[in-house]
Design a protein around this ligand. Structure first.
Ligand code: 3PG
Ligand code: MG
Length: 395
C-alpha cells in the first residue's frame, strides 16, 4: 500500500476520505474520537502544502438531503482540533462543493457535506456509483483513503474514487491495518477475544473465524443470552435471537471440538425493565426469572472474565458487556476494560460501542495498545474478508 510519503502533494488538491461518523445529540458531538483520529493525516497534508478536501458520511440518510445528518457540527469541531478554519460546502459535488474547493489556497482545508445525501455513494449499481465517483474525483487531483471505519463498504468514495485518482493510504488506515495484521498473523498466546453487544447475528462470521484462531472466547452483552439459551437455560425477557440458536449450538460444539475455551456469564443483573433506574438483582445465569431481563454481567462473571484475561498475551475486545449507557448496568463493561488495562497483553479495542464505552466510562485510552476507529471494519478484517476500501488502495 502506498502511503502519504509516496505522494507529492504540494500545491495539489487532495481528496481525503475520512470516517467522521460520530454520535450526535442534536448538534452536539457526544464522542469526537473519530474526528481526533482523522486529524494527523489531514495535518500532515496541510503542512506539506496541499489543498485538502475532506469527504465523509454521517449516519444513514439513505441518499436524501436531511439536515439531521449534516456534517456542519463536525466541520466546526474539526476546525477546533486542527487550529484552523475548515471551509464547509453545503453540498457534496454541487455548486457549493466546486466553489469551496476552487477557493482553497495551499495549506487550507474544506469539508464536503454528507456523502450519503447522494444516492450514488451507496448505490449497488456500478454505473450509478461510478458516475457519482467521477464527479467526486473531479474535485481533486489525488486521493487519500483514511476512513478506516468505512473500508468494509463498497461505496463510491471508498471503492471507486481511488480507481480514478493516484492514491495512497492515510496514516490512520496504515496504523489500523498494522494492528489487525498482528492479530491475524502472529498473535502471542494465550490469545483471548471478548465479544459483547446486542446481536449475535452481527458476529456470526467473526465467531466462526475466531474459533479457528483463539485460545479463549469470552461472551457477554446481549448476545450471551442466545448462548445461554442454546445451552438449554431459560433467559426470561433478555435479548434472544431464536433464529440463531442452531448456529450458536454449532459454535458451542465447534469450540469443544477444537479445545477453545468458550466462557459464558455465570451470573447477570436481572432487571424488571430496560431502563436506567430499573430495579434489579444479581441472579445465576442459569436461573433468570421469567419476568426479568439481563442487562449486565454479574459480579462473579466480572471476576471470572478478569481471571480469564489475566494471563493473556493478546486480547481483542469488541462489544459492551451490558447496557453501559445506564450507570447501573455499566459495571461489567468497566470490569472488562479494567482487566485489560491491568494486564500487560497487547490489547485491541475494536471500534464502535466498545471504543465509545471506554471514553464514556472515562477510562484511560492509554491503557490499551490500540483503540480502533472501525467496529464493523475491524470485525470483517478479523473474519478474513476482503475489504473493498483496502483492496482499492492496494491496486
Ligand atoms: C460505522 O460507524 O460503523 C462506520 O462509520 C460505517 O458506517 P455504516 O455502518 O453506517 O456503514
Ligand atoms: Mg456500523
Amino acid at each position: 500500500m502506498r502511503t502519504l510519503d509516496d505522494l507529492d502533494v504540494k500545491g495539489r488538491r487532495v481528496l481525503v476520505r475520512a470516517d467522521l461518523n460520530v454520535p450526535l445529540d442534536g448538534e452536539t458531538i457526544t464522542d469526537d474520537g473519530r474526528i481526533r483520529a482523522s486529524v494527523p493525516t489531514i495535518s500532515t497534508l496541510l503542512e506539506r502544502g496541499a489543498k485538502v478536501v475532506v469527504c465523509a458520511h454521517l449516519g444513514r440518510p439513505k441518499g436524501k438531503v436531511n439536515p439531521e445528518y449534516s456534517l456542519a457540527p463536525v466541520a466546526a469541531r474539526l476546525g477546533e482540533l486542527l487550529g484552523q478554519d475548515v471551509a464547509f460546502a453545503s453540498d457534496v459535488v454541487g455548486d457549493s462543493a466546486r466553489s469551496t474547493v476552487e477557493a482553497l489556497q495551499d495549506g487550507q482545508v474544506a469539508l464536503l457535506e454528507n456523502l450519503r445525501y447522494e444516492p450514488g455513494e451507496e448505490s449497488k449499481d456500478d454505473a450509478v456509483r461510478g458516475e457519482f465517483a467521477a464527479r467526486l474525483a473531479g474535485l481533486a487531483e489525488l486521493y487519500v483513503g483514511d476512513g478506516f471505519g468505512a473500508v468494509h463498504r463498497r461505496h463510491a468514495s471508498v471503492y471507486d474514487v481511488p480507481r480514478l485518482l493516484p492514491h495512497a493510504a492515510g496514516g490512520l488506515v496504515v496504523a489500523e491495518v498494522e494492528v489487525l495484521r498482528k492479530l491475524t498473523e502472529s498473535p502471542e498466546r494465550p490469545y483471548v477475544v471478548v465479544l459483547g453487544g446486542a446481536k449475535v447475528s452481527d458476529k456470526l462470521g467473526v465467531i466462526a473465524n475466531l474459533l479457528t484462531k483463539v485460545d479463549r472466547l469470552l461472551i457477554g452483552g446481549g448476545m450471551a443470552y442466545t448462548f445461554l439459551k442454546a445451552q438449554g437455560h431459560e433467559v426470561g425477557r433478555s435479548l434472544l435471537q431464536e433464529d440463531q440458536l442452531d448456529q450458536v449450538r454449532g459454535f458451542l460444539d465447534e469450540a469443544a471440538r477444537r479445545g477453545v475455551e468458550l466462557v459464558l456469564p455465570v451470573d447477570v443483573l436481572a432487571a424488571v425493565a430496560f431502563a436506567a433506574e430499573a430495579e434489579h438483582d444479581v441472579v445465576e445465569a442459569t436461573a433468570i426469572p421469567a419476568d426479568r431481563e439481563g442487562l449486565d454481567i454479574g459480579p462473579k462473571t466480572r471476576e471470572l472474565f478478569a481471571a480469564k484475561l489475566a494471563d493473556a498475551r493478546t486480547v481483542f475486545w469488541n462489544g459492551p458487556m451490558g447496557v453501559f449507557e445506564f450507570e447501573a448496568f455499566s459495571g461489567g463493561t468497566r470490569a472488562v476494560a479494567e482487566a485489560l488495562i491491568a494486564g500487560d497483553a497487547f490489547t485491541v479495542v475494536g471500534g464502535g460501542d466498545s471504543a465509545a464505552a471506554v471514553r464514556k466510562l472515562e477510562l484511560s485510552e492509554d491503557g490499551f495498545s490500540h483503540i480502533s476507529t472501525g467496529g464493523g471494519a475491524s470485525l470483517e478484517y478479523l473474519e478474513g474478508k476482503t475489504l473493498p476500501g483496502l483492496a482499492a488502495l492496494e491496486d
